[in-house]
Ligand binder design. Structure first.
Ligand code: AMP
Length: 422
């Protein structure tokens, strides 16, 4: 079967790595891809927002499955248009993708189905939002309703910050002038991933990421500075609770609404003293969590994805290597603010040849035969090991082999898991 993968980040390089290893995959195309995917697949210059062009390409290249990496094409309805054209798509249709596309949509499902989440109010009116703020006080969390590339959330520890966040949203700084204001939850954050065909849910291995830019989980939030799998905090009992109380009722809700969810559902949780609570859904794999999950997946990814599309997920299972996988994200200096592009990166070959190491490209470009930085998050240096300690040592040994003075990374990825191991 020929497969088209949409996206260009580290997540997509890791997915391409797993898909290209599948016995079911003949040709793999990635649109637009990056220099890493270019080594294992064919990068194609397709305008993904032009759904007719994507469908046309699928016809010409006899594509049997489209895998959508990022959320934006799903929220824009790419899976709907592919479905109408009779092309299988791993990823939810527009209605179901609102789980990520609209915080209010998700909160309303939680309210209607008794799914544990932070108490909230949903506002289209600034005055009402400000009144709610005053009556609840800080700490409090303010979220813009639409997709905001991770930037629309303010965790306000004081009222001044909270009021400013509401003002920003109603000045349409994040697109939609609608917001959700919710209770501040305390606890460790964890990610929980399941595959679903709309009826059945197959939990994947656990993973945890580091969102803050600085060591010790300090500084501003980012797209993710590193991740590891398994996540020791997600015990089997907590996974079962998250599955039964959060994920399964959500899948059931969408099915009840006549819009079954197909693809990977990623629940962002806070592990409170009252059990896991949902803070957000994403309608795609996490980046960098996909990188560590793909390193540990023993079974064939394409078989699992097709089972989601075909409604046969109850017939398959997913097995995982016992090894720990850990990824360190290397960023261009200045990230998550403005970064310099075009700086040269050397030593990738030597680093990726090290035992247990895979380097997934994200914001890189190939220029005159050399690899240069072309974004904020640039490389995912990923390693497997028997323990967190071993995986981490391998990953940082590979990081240290990479010659890129203009880059930086956190030096403490996996610190919580490492502390639990000791
Ligand atoms: P979200 O985009 O909804 O995942 O929010 C981004 C980040 O804000 C999360 O990863 C959490 O660190 C934090 N956050 C979101 N909602 C809450 C909440 N209700 N209580 C505490 N922190 C939150």
């Amino acid at each position: 079967m020929n497969i088209l993968l949409i996206g260009s980040g580290g997540r997509e390089h890791a997915l391409a790595w797993a898909i290209s290893a599948s016995p079911l995959c003949d040709k793999l195309f990635v649109a637009p891809g990056n220099p890493g995917t270019d080594q294992i697949a064919r990068n194609v210059d397709l305008k993904v927002s032009d759904h007719a062009a994507v469908i046309d390409f699928c016809g010409k290249e006899n594509i049997g499955l489209v895998v959508v990496g990022p959320e934006a094409p799903l929220v824009a309805g790419l899976a709907d248009d592919l479905g109408t054209a009779g092309i299988k798509c791993f990823g939810p249709k527009k209605f179901a993708a609102q789980l990520e596309g609209s915080k209010g949509f998700t909160k309303d499902i939680c309210a209607n189905y008794g799914i544990p989440t932070a108490a909230y109010g949903r506002f289209r009116d600034k005055a009402a939002a400000l009144t709610y703020l005053e009556s609840h006080g800080a700490p409090i969390v303010i979220k813009a309703d639409g997709l905001a590339a991770g930037k629309g959330v303010t965790v306000a520890m004081d009222m001044e910050t909270a009021r400013a966040a509401v003002e920003d949203i109603f000045a349409a700084k994040f697109g939609s002038a609608e917001c959700v204001i919710e209770e501040f939850l305390e606890g460790e954050e964890a990610s929980f991933f399941v595959l679903t065909d709309g009826k059945n849910a197959l939990p994947l291995a656990t993973a945890q990421d580091h969102k803050r830019v600085g060591d010790g989980d300090t500084g501003p939030n980012t797209g993710g500075m590193g991740a590891y799998s398994p996540a020791p905090c997600m015990t089997p009992a907590l996974c079962q609770e998250a599955l039964d109380r959060i994920v399964k009722p959500t899948i059931g809700a969408l099915s009840d609404m006549g819009h079954p969810y197909v693809g990977v559902l990623y629940a962002g949780l806070i592990l409170t003293t009252d059990g896991p609570k949902l803070i957000e859904y994403n309608c795609r794999f996490g980046d960098p969590e996909a990188q560590v999950l793909m390193m540990r997946l023993k079974d064939d990814l394409v078989t699992l994805m097709l089972a989601c599309c075909d409604g046969t997920l109850d017939k398959v299972s997913a097995r995982w290597f016992d090894d720990v996988a850990l990824t360190v994200v290397m960023c261009a200096r200045g990230y998550p603010g403005d970064v310099e592009k075009g700086t040269e990166i050397r030593g990738l070959e030597g680093a990726s040849a090290m035992e247990g190491v895979e380097i997934f490209h994200a914001g890189t470009a190939a220029k005159n035969g050399v690899i240069v930085a072309n974004g904020g998050r640039v490389l995912n240096v990923t390693a497997r090991g028997r323990t967190v300690k071993e995986a981490r040592e391998r990953a940082y040994a590979a990081v240290d082999r990479i010659d890129w003075p203009e880059g930086f990374c956190r030096r403490d990825i996996g610190w919580r898991a490492l502390a639990r191991e000791d």
